[in-house]
Design a protein around this ligand. Structure first.
Ligand code: AMP
Length: 419
């Protein structure tokens, strides 16, 4: 199947082609037509499957078509009207006419000479972490760059003023983490009354992170007549219960059940005494000095510690976790994605869902707290048809969990003894 067969509007198709995508992924093939028809979705899919484009493309398409209609009506009513309503946002704006010179603006970003287009917030995407919010924001920038639609993201841990500025200028699409969204709405900067599409991304992660009350509050503020797209990587009971309350006759779409997504990953478990983990890590990293490696630690303190140990061993690394400032996290991630730093040490909260192209190796220095997280962690590698490898350090206390991981993965994992 090609993207043309999904009847995607030309400006979006052009942007998708520029991204170099040849064909839609399975979740895109299934979800794009269904979302475009206005149906609710219960999507069981994890990051790495192309899930973001599966909801971003049809949302952009619907809002673009609506904007075209609005502009046609305005044009008909005012025959000599020029291109009123050119986009105005500075950072995430999608101009639709990239070759045009930018219009003059004053220091507050107000453009002169042209009336600003009235924009109502129509689509809300709720996601658990700042990193995911930024990643989704980037996708909307990429796929929507020729649509003239405006989007932005809001998340905690940073000053709200720049986010408020963008909201004040008007956005069509908002990507948000729950706490900051409620905060800004409480202050009157976000109007949820006109939302037509609501996406709950990584629902299982949201519940794990204790966002259930916030999610319920957000949902209670949305119009009851709306489209809801619900995505979760796993299907525990509370996820199914929540879905029953918020979805209306959903189409269920399931791609690559969690365990089978890891087939492309060569997995090895090292049995190692706790005190020897450090030397094993250094040895394995030195063997892979030409690869990018993501090392998972159970705690923030542990992540910093591992980074220090590596520094002493002459291996440069960046640590990313919830205690780091937003700026530090973004810089670490950018350096890692660009290959400037080969090793990144992360906790689960910081690393889940993060998309890192050509990530060679994942090392589980510590096992995760929850078995399913193993699959998410190693799913950072072996993406988009590439082969990856995952090394897991297992000490005495971890044997029970290793059995559970084996059961979840559904096939034997290669094991080695380190001494
Ligand atoms: P996601 O699951 O949305 O995080 O996407 C994972 C990765 O797949 C991202 O790097 C996307 O840019 C990429 N991607 C999404 N759709 C396609 C496609 N149709 N063909 C190739 N890569 C894609």
């Amino acid at each position: 199947m090609t993207f043309d067969e999904l009847f995607i509007a030309e400006p979006i198709l052009r942007a998708v082609r520029e991204k170099g995508y040849n064909e839609p992924t399975p979740i895109q093939q299934q979800a794009i037509p269904v979302v475009a028809l206005g149906r609710d979705i219960f999507g069981i899919a994890q990051t790495g499957t192309g899930k973001t484009a599966a909801f971003a493309i049809p949302i952009l398409q619907t809002l673009w078509e609506e904007r075209q209609r609005r502009q046609a009506v305005a044009q008909a009513a005012k025959p000599d009207a020029d291109t009123a309503g050119q986009p105005v946002s500075e950072t995430t704006e999608t101009t639709g006419q990239p070759q045009q010179k930018p219009r003059r603006r004053d220091r507050r970003g107000r453009n002169h000479g042209k009336p600003r287009e009235e924009r109502l917030l129509r689509a809300l995407i709720l996601t658990p972490t700042r990193e995911l919010a930024l990643q989704i924001d980037e996708c909307f920038t990429d796929y929507g760059k020729y649509t003239g639609l405006v989007h932005t993201s809001v998340f905690g841990g940073v000053k709200q003023a720049p986010q408020v500025e963008k909201l004040k200028r008007g956005v069509d699409i908002l990507i948000a983490t729950p706490g900051r969204l409620l905060d800004l709405r409480g202050q009157g900067y976000v109007d949820l009354d006109h939302i037509t599409t609501f996406v709950l991304d990584e629902a299982d992660r949201m519940l794990d992170m204790g966002f259930i009350t916030d999610i319920r509050r957000v949902i209670s503020m949305l119009p009851t007549k709306r489209q809801t797209l619900y995505f979760s990587a796993t299907m525990p009971d509370d996820i199914v219960r929540l879905s029953r309350n918020i979805l209306h006759d959903p189409v269920r779409i399931e791609v690559t059940p969690a365990a089978s997504t890891v087939d492309a990953v060569e997995q090895t478990i090292y049995f190692v005494e706790k005190p020897d983990k450090k030397s094993l890590l250094i040895r394995e990293l030195k063997r892979r000095s030409d690869r990018t490696v993501l090392v998972f630690s159970r705690t923030k303190h542990g992540a910093d510690n591992i980074s220090k140990i590596l520094k002493k061993a002459g291996i440069e690394s960046a640590a990313i976790h919830g205690d780091k400032s937003q700026g530090a996290r973004q810089k670490a991630l950018a350096d890692f994605k660009a290959g400037k730093v080969k090793v990144m040490v992360a906790t689960d909260i910081a690393a889940r869902g993060i998309d890192i192209k050509e990530l060679g190796t994942v090392i589980n220095y510590d096992l995760p707290d929850v078995v399913e997280t193993y699959v998410h962690r190693i799913g950072r590698t072996g993406r988009a048809g590439a082969t990856g490898e995952a090394l897991t350090f297992c000490s005495q206390d971890d044997h029970m969990m290793i059995k559970e991981i084996q059961a979840l993965v559904g096939r034997p994992i290669h094991m080695e003894l380190h001494q």
